[in-house]
Design a protein around this ligand. Structure first.
Ligand SMILES: [Zn+2]
Length: 114
């Protein structure tokens, strides 16, 4: 991978990390409303609980992705970055631009079913 391409990818990762961090902050606020804003009646409370469990899942996913992105950022200057862990071929740049945290190429993901 060329130095210029890595620079570009770093920018993309940086942007995605920032976006995710904002999303995570917003999710946390939605998950844990201040006392005065908590639902008062039973139905509203049940509905809130249901929403909450979906949001907790989303928050977990987002947090995991954030960690993967941070890892990618740290690894981008190593020779392993952008190389598929399975077939050891370079992962195509358009895929890395979309998901900079990719560890596998599309073909291997399909084959491995992950
Ligand atoms: Zn592969």
């Amino acid at each position: 991978m060329k130095v210029e391409q890595k620079k570009q990818l770093k920018k993309i990762i940086d942007g995605q990390i920032e976006e995710l961090q904002e999303e995570i902050e917003a999710m946390k606020i939605a998950l844990y409303p201040k006392k005065g804003n908590a639902p008062s009646d039973k139905v509203a409370h049940l509905y809130f609980k249901q929403e909450q469990s979906i949001n907790i899942q989303r928050l977990e996913e987002a947090t995991k992705r954030l960690n993967r992105l941070k890892n990618a950022y740290l690894k981008i200057d190593t020779k392993d970055y952008g190389i598929c862990k399975e077939c050891e071929e370079p992962i195509p740049l358009p895929r890395l631009e979309l998901m900079p945290e990719s560890l596998y190429c599309v073909a291997c993901i399909q084959e491995l079913g992950i």
